[in-house]
Ligand binder design. Structure first.
Ligand SMILES: Cc1cc2nc3c(=O)[nH]c(=O)nc-3n(C[C@H](O)[C@H](O)[C@H](O)COP(=O)(O)OP(=O)(O)OC[C@H]3O[C@@H](n4cnc5c(N)ncnc54)[C@H](O)[C@@H]3O)c2cc1C
Length: 383
C-alpha cells in the first residue's frame, strides 16, 4: 500500500482511478477490460477471495452454458470473461463445476497480473466532493470511479411466504449427495431448482418442484427466461422422469413444521409433507440492493443505468454483472453481461483522457462491446 497513510488510526488509500468491487466473473472480466483500455491506477477488492461465490456452489452443480474453444475464428468461448480466454481450452472441461471455474478465474488473475486485494469487505460507499469513499474494516479506499460487481449469489432471496425461514436455500447447500431424507420439496423451478431436483432424483429420492410460473414450458429461446438446453437434457434422464413431479403455476403459500414434519401448502390449497427441510430455489435479491442509494431504481427494482452502465444519479458509479438491465433485456449470463465490459472500461478510460479507438475496435470485433441493443431479443428459428 504505497499511498497508504495513517490518519487518526484510520488507513486512507488512493485515490484510484477505478476500484472494482467483487472478484467474480464480472469483476475479473471488467478488470481485464480496464487493463486493456490502458488504465493503470486501479484496484480490485473482494470480501473473500477470487471466485468465492463459485467456490461455494453445491459440489455437484455445473455450468449450464457449455465451454468450447471457438476463439480461433473470432467467437469467444461462451464462458469466457475476456478477449482471448477460453475456459474450455484452459481446463478441458465443457460444463465446469463452481470450484473449477473459480480456479479458472484465479488463473486469469495470475495471467493478467490483476491488482487484487482479498479479504476486504466494502462496508459502505459514498461519494463526497467528486471522490468515492469505500469504507472497509480498517479504513477508507478513495476512488474516482467505482465499478460494482458484487454479484447475486451472496445475496439470496430468503423471504416471500410464511415459513420461508424454515427452508434451506440452495446457496447454503454444500452437496446434494449429503442430504438425508427420501421426499424433497423444492420451491422454484428455474435453473437452481431443476439442478437440485436432478441431483436428488439421481440418488433415487422423490422430489416435488413448485413454481409460480412454468419455466420448463416457456416458449421463448432466451435462456434468461426459459430453461437451458442442459436442464432440458437432464429432465429427460430416466431417474428425473421417474422421481420428479413438476407443479407449474403453483405458488407456495406457506411452510409449517409440526412434530418434525414440514407441511407445504400451495395457494390453491394442496398440502405436501416431508420430514426434511424444503429447499428454497427462488433465486437471489442481488447485491445491487446494497448500493441502492447510488442508483435510481427501475420499476422492477434493478438499477437504472445510462447507456454506459453508469448510474443516472451518481456519475462515476458503474454496474457490471448479472443485475444489468436495459429495457426488457436481462444480462444475467456471462456471455451476455461480458458484452458490456468494454462499454464501461471505455467510458472510464475516455473520462481519464486516454485514447480508446483501438480498444473499442478490438473489443467490438470480439463481441465484447455491445453498444447497439436493437439486436437483442432475437428468437431462434424453430427448424
Ligand atoms: C447454480 C447457478 C448456476 C449458474 N450457471 C451459470 C452458467 O452456466 N453460465 C453463466 O453464464 N452463468 C451462470 N450462473 C450465473 C453466474 O453465477 C453469474 O453470472 C456469476 O456468478 C455472476 O458473477 P459475478 O461476478 O457478478 O458475481 P459473483 O461470482 O457472486 O462475484 C461477486 C464477488 O463480489 C464479492 N462481494 C460481494 N459483496 C462485496 C462487498 N460488499 N465487498 C467486497 N466484495 C464483495 C463476493 O465475495 C464475490 O466474490 C449460474 C448461477 C448459479 C447460482
Amino acid at each position: 500500500m504505497d499511498e497508504e497513510e495513517m490518519v487518526q488510526g484510520v488507513q486512507e488509500e488512493g485515490p484510484y482511478d477505478v476500484v472494482i468491487v467483487g472478484a467474480g466473473a464480472a469483476g475479473i472480466g471488467v478488470g481485464i477490460a480496464v487493463q486493456h483500455a490502458g488504465i493503470e491506477n486501479y484496484l480490485l477488492v473482494d470480501r473473500y477471495a477470487v471466485g468465492a461465490s463459485f467456490r461455494s456452489w453445491p459440489a455437484e452443480t455445473r455450468f449450464i452454458t457449455p465451454s468450447f474453444p471457438s476463439n480461433s475464428i473470432g467467437m469467444l468461448d461462451l464462458n469466457s470473461v475476456g478477449v482471448g480466454i477460453s475456459p474450455a481450452f484452459n481446463m478441458r472441461i465443457e460444463h465446469p463445476t463452481g470450484q473449477e471455474f473459480a480456479d479458472h478465474l484465479q488463473s486469469c488473475v495470475n495471467y493478467f497480473e490483476l491488482p487484487i486485494r482479498e479479504n476486504t469487505d466494502i462496508l459502505s460507499i459514498d461519494k463526497v466532493d467528486e471522490i468515492f469513499h469505500l469504507e472497509t474494516k480498517t479504513g477508507i479506499v478513495f476512488a474516482k470511479n467505482v465499478i460494482w460487481a458484487g454479484g447475486e449469489y451472496q445475496y439470496p432471496s430468503l423471504g416471500g411466504f410464511e415459513g420461508s425461514d424454515l427452508c434451506l436455500h440452495t446457496s447454503t447447500i454444500a452437496s446434494y449427495t449429503d442430504l438425508e431424507g427420501e421426499d424433497f420439496l423444492i420451491i422454484g423451478g428455474y435453473e437452481s431448482g431443476i439442478d437440485a431436483a436432478y441431483h436428488i432424483a439421481r440418488n433415487g429420492k422423490k422430489v416435488c418442484v413448485f413454481d409460480m410460473n412454468s419455466p420448463w414450458a416457456e416458449e421463448t429461446s432466451d435462456p434468461s427466461v426459459a430453461l437451458s438446453t442442459y436442464s432440458f437434457e437432464r429432465m429427460r434422464n430416466e431417474k428425473f422422469e421417474a422421481n420428479v413431479e413438476l407443479f407449474g403455476e403453483t405458488p407456495v403459500k406457506s411452510v409449517v413444521k409440526e412434530d418434525g414434519i414440514y407441511t407445504l401448502t400451495t395457494e390453491d390449497g394442496q398440502a405436501f409433507h416431508s420430514s426434511v427441510k424444503p429447499i428454497l430455489a427462488n433465486g437471489f435479491k442481488g447485491s445491487h440492493t446494497f448500493v441502492t442509494h447510488l442508483f435510481e431504481q427501475r420499476e422492477d427494482g434493478f438499477p437504472e443505468l445510462n447507456d454506459r452502465d453508469e448510474s443516472t444519479t451518481v456519475p462515476g458509479m458503474f454496474l457490471c454483472g448479472p443485475s444489468v438491465r436495459h429495457d426488457g433485456h436481462i444480462f444475467c449470463f456471462i456471455f451476455k453481461y461480458r458484452q458490456r465490459f468494454g462499454i464501461v472500461a471505455e467510458a472510464i478510460a475516455s473520462s481519464l483522457g486516454l485514447e480508446t479507438d483501438e480498444f473499442v475496435a478490438a473489443y467490438k470485433s470480439w463481441g465484447m462491446y455491445l453498444d447497439d441493443l436493437s439486436c437483442c431479443g432475437q428468437e431462434c428459428l424453430t427448424c
